[in-house]
Design a protein. Structure first.
Length: 370
């Protein structure tokens, strides 16, 4: 019976067989082979299931996960063509009884498989970000043919719609900004698809941040209260909190085949490297191979990027920044005259600092080109 095919049944090691230990993997493979061997689901009985439990010494309570997985595979096969026929319904009802599922368990498994098929149709229709009347009618027919509950259909449609809007948002905000025109376009798309956008929660917070980034990138800059004393004529525009990091060098590679003198030098280097790591605030070491140097405020002014830490102050002139890069929650700046990149880590506010610094660099380059 499709979609099942015969497979080898794994056996236990000799000692486990001698101790007559359970073989759940063997039982699951035997269930697959049972389904593959019959022409109709109605040929399977409870006695077949009990025989497999006895042969592979598994308790009745150990098989349900495997039975649910096989039932779900059959459901996925049945709904692949967008319809569950009467014969398929009869087969499912029969297996539900033989697998000793409750009505609720069977219904949940069916709705999971049908909702996946329905969601795939929603995603396909929304590739152009428009849901036509004909496509809405097609989805209604598909829901009925899949015997999908109204609640699960609405949930799948809502999830697909929101994902389509989020995809549009990611494309419009590829540069970390969202203009009023693009925000209006997203809202119009949401209205056409029948959902409120942005909803309460993370989506709304993200949209508000993207709008703020656009203002930082395009509108006249406002003044912020500096967290550090600035020279005359220097104006603070943004201050965020964060930590300064430094990437640690990779550990020395061991070469056991080298000669005695070289091996002693390698051992010395390894000891020095271990000692260095222990001295550089080992408790603040992150999983990405970097270490925290200091924590404090990162202030972006009209002239500089100023980091004011507990023990250090770094002043990075905008005109000397050779490279600006954003890596997840880190901001990386390469500055002329600095032997290594300056790395700052923090929260989402660093994205705003990135947008603002990018703007200041762009404006400086434009001024120099004139």
């Amino acid at each position: 019976m499709k979609p099942f095919v015969q497979q080898p049944v794994p056996d236990l090691p000799l000692l486990d067989r001698g101790l007559r230990l359970p073989n759940p993997s063997g039982a699951e493979a035997a269930l697959v082979n049972l389904l593959a061997a019959v022409k109709r689901a109605q040929d399977i009985t409870v006695a077949d299931i009990v025989a497999i439990e006895d042969r592979y010494r598994v308790e009745p309570g150990d098989l349900p996960p495997a039975l649910r997985s096989l039932f779900a595979r059959l459901l996925t096969h049945y709904v692949a063509d967008g319809e569950v026929s009467d014969a398929e319904v009869e087969a499912l009802v029969h297996l539900k009884e033989q697998f000793r599922f409750t009505n609720r368990e069977a219904r949940e498994l069916h709705d999971d498989a049908a909702a996946q098929r329905y969601r795939a149709a929603v995603d396909r229709y929304l590739t152009d970000r428009v849901l036509t009347d004909a496509e809405r009618e097609s989805l209604e027919r598909l829901r009925d043919q899949l015997l999908l509950s109204d609640e699960r259909a609405r949930l799948a449609a809502t999830e697909g719609t929101l994902e389509a809007i989020r995809k549009a948002e990611r494309e419009l905000a590829a540069d970390l900004t969202l203009s009023p025109t693009d925000a209006a376009a997203l809202e119009q798309l949401a209205n056409n698809l029948g959902v409120d956008w942005p909803p309460e929660g993370p989506d709304r917070t993200r949209i508000e941040r993207l709008r703020l980034h656009w203002e930082l990138d395009r509108l006249p800059l406002s003044n912020a209260r500096p967290e550090v004393k600035l020279p005359a004529g220097e104006i603070a525009h943004l201050t965020v909190t964060g930590v300064q990091q430094r990437d640690l060098p990779p550990p020395p590679v061991e070469h056991p085949e080298v000669g005695t003198a070289a091996a002693e030098i390698a051992d010395l280097l390894r000891w020095l490297f271990s000692s260095l790591k222990e001295r550089l605030l080992p408790d603040d070491r992150s999983t990405d191979g970097s270490v925290v140097i200091d924590s404090g405020n990162l202030t972006v002014t009209n002239r500089n990027v100023v980091f004011t830490g507990r023990t250090t102050i770094e002043v990075l002139p905008i005109t000397k920044i050779r490279e600006l890069r954003r890596e997840a929650d880190r901001l990386v700046l390469k500055v002329r005259g600095k032997p290594w990149p300056l790395v700052f880590a923090g929260n989402e506010d660093l994205a705003a600092a990135f947008v603002l610094i990018r703007r200041l660099i762009r404006e400086d380059m434009a001024a120099n080109a004139q």
